[in-house]
Write a protein that binds this ligand. Structure first.
Ligand code: ZN
Length: 244
């Protein structure tokens, strides 16, 4: 795609968005910082740049639980930025204790803090802990099992919040437009790897203003398709079988 084609595609995209949003004439009103010469978040050379990441087991904590686990006045200390802007792996880790005292030591805490604490495990993790964690989308923890979190200063009994995070794809509205999908739609991810090529259905679209195009799968899923050695990853709208 040459520069002229890119500009035309961008203009068409903006016009379609404006028409869809009923705001023709101010196509970038909701994103005043995004001019025609500037790519949407995560785009490279004028097009979406798909990234597929393995989300290893981790914990989200409330401010209150951070203080209980790490001491009064403690806050999460960013250690490593994640690909999505504003999110980070904290320096802090906790121990997760399941029934019959089975445990996982040193599980990373991700920041920033949230309104409810949540533990995200792969199926293999939940088996080793002895917790029957359901597949849920982040934040949907009603009726899920709990566990005990142990930090260097204190411990917290979570009544609920242990899940296997359902596969999903973060994207911004320009990515969504590119793929012809909306927030809440399901997509399909194909990972081409030597002798273990895998197609994942049920990849939930989580679209917002600022996200960069990134699929999150767990360690079991990443190992099954040998993501580290994949030669190609392909995200499609799926469903009708007409998309290649
Ligand atoms: Zn995610």
């Amino acid at each position: 795609m040459n520069a002229t084609q890119i500009d035309r595609a961008r203009i068409e995209s903006l016009v379609r968005r404006a028409i869809a949003g009923g705001s023709l004439g101010t196509p970038s009103a909701s994103r005043p910082d995004l001019g025609l010469s500037q790519d949407p978040p995560g785009w490279v050379d004028g097009k979406p740049n798909l990234r597929v990441s393995i989300s290893a087991r981790h914990v989200h904590l409330t401010d209150e639980h951070v203080e209980i686990l790490f001491g009064a006045g403690s806050v999460l200390e960013p250690d490593k930025d994640l690909y999505q802007d504003g999110f980070y792996a904290a320096k802090q880790t906790v121990m997760i204790v399941g029934p019959r005292r089975r445990m996982l030591p040193s599980v990373r805490v991700l920041g920033p803090t949230r309104g409810a604490s949540q533990v995200e495990l792969a199926f293999t993790d939940s088996i080793s802990l002895g917790i029957d964690a359901p597949v849920r989308h982040s934040g949907h923890i009603d009726g899920t099992p709990g566990c005990v979190l142990v930090g260097p200063v204190g411990s917290v009994q979570l009544e609920q919040g242990v899940i296997r995070a359902a596969r999903h794809v973060h994207m911004n509205y320009f990515d969504a437009e590119h793929f012809g999908v909306s927030n809440g739609d399901m997509m399909q991810l194909k990972v081409t790897s030597h002798e273990c090529t895998t197609v994942f259905d049920d990849v939930l679209v989580r679209a917002d203003e600022a996200a960069k195009l990134e699929v999150h799968i767990d360690t079991d899923e990443g190992n099954a398709c040998f993501l580290d050695a994949a030669s190609e990853v392909e995200l499609t709208k799926g469903g009708c079988g007409c998309h290649k």
